[in-house]
Design a protein around this ligand. Structure first.
Ligand SMILES: Nc1ncnc2c1ncn2[C@@H]1O[C@H](COP(=O)(O)OP(=O)(O)O)[C@@H](O)[C@H]1O
Ligand SMILES: Cc1ncc(COP(=O)(O)O)c(N)n1
Length: 269
């Protein structure tokens, strides 16, 4: 299940999630928190759903279908976060939280007053949190420029009650795009891939977290799911579709076409 916003341009949000689920052979269900009028150039409008209707969508799907894993993306408001947290608290599922805040084009997808609810209500339920660096900065109140600061921020995030955190390195510079993964029990690994010099990164975070969710739903361990999701997103970025006039979407087809001949580098410690 994905609980997220709709992207009319099809590259991020619910649409990216369902495409990823489909490519990975899992049956996707969707709970829409907000409609956005959006294309690769940016978000022009946001029309949020009501918290009650978000709850109704979740409950109706759970009443009928055996949901194995859930991801959250754009949640928009404190009341939607409270409702999603209260509803999921009762469910026995693995939860991937992508703390979507600001779109690549600059639009606010989370009201600033919603950060407290995200930290206090949703994060304690999360199997894994997948912040990019700016999101990790908002959650921790720290500025993050080095691996040392990434580790300190991860410690702060783990203390909020999440079981694990993937600190995504897409927004840092350097020849590699490295994601650092920390677990509550103190274990750690990092996954490294070549940084692609591209503007075609609309929906990278949504796609990555959807792939983790799909692999968890299929019964992979969290570590296996994160590594395989990194392959999915790397191939999706490396082989862009080149559509739209702004931040183009990633290519959800690439993984199935090329995964056999591709590996990412994993560092353990
Ligand atoms: N230019 C890039 N080249 C290769 N991988 C990237 C690039 N940009 C982002 N990634 C990867 O895509 C995933 C999503 O990261 P990021 O873009 O930081 O998230 P978000 O979309 O939430 O801002 C991460 O695994 C990150 O390492
Ligand atoms: C509905 C919705 N959800 C999430 C994103 C974030 O994606 P990105 O950071 O790539 O703009 C988005 N643009 N729209």
């Amino acid at each position: 299940m994905t609980i997220a916003g709709s992207d009319s341009g099809g590259g991020a949000g619910i649409q990216a999630d369902l495409k990823t689920f489909q490519e990975l052979g899992v049956f996707g269900t969707s709970v829409i928190t907000a409609l956005t009028a959006q294309n690769t150039l940016g978000v022009e409008g946001i029309f949020p759903t009501t918290p009650d209707f978000v709850k109704q969508q979740i409950e109706v799907v759970f009443q009928d279908l055996a949901v194995k894993a859930v991801k959250t993306g754009m949640l928009f408001s404190p009341t939607i976060i409270e409702t999603v947290s209260d509803t999921l608290k009762e469910k026995d599922v693995q939860l991937v939280v992508d703390p979507v805040m600001i779109a690549k084009g600059g639009a606010n997808l989370l009201q600033s007053e919603a950060v407290d609810a995200l930290k206090s209500q949703l994060l304690p339920l999360a199997t894994v949190l997948t912040p990019n660096i700016p999101e990790a900065e908002v959650i921790t109140g720290m500025s993050i420029h080095s691996v040392n600061e990434i580790e300190k921020a991860a410690e702060k995030i783990l203390s909020l009650g999440v079981e694990s955190v993937v600190m995504k390195g897409g927004h840092l510079s350097g020849k590699e795009a490295i994601d650092h993964v920390y677990f509550k029990d103190g274990s750690y690994f990092a996954i490294q891939s070549n940084r692609v010099n591209t503007t075609q990164t609309h929906g990278t975070g949504c796609t990555f977290s959807a792939a983790i969710t799909a692999f968890l739903g299929q019964g992979k361990t969290l570590k296996e799911a994160i590594i395989e999701a990194k392959k999915f997103i790397q191939l999706a970025i490396e082989h862009p579709l080149n559509i739209g006039h702004g931040h183009g979407p990633t290519n959800h087809f690439a993984y199935n076409q090329m995964k056999k001949s591709f590996e990412v580098v994993v560092h353990e410690s």
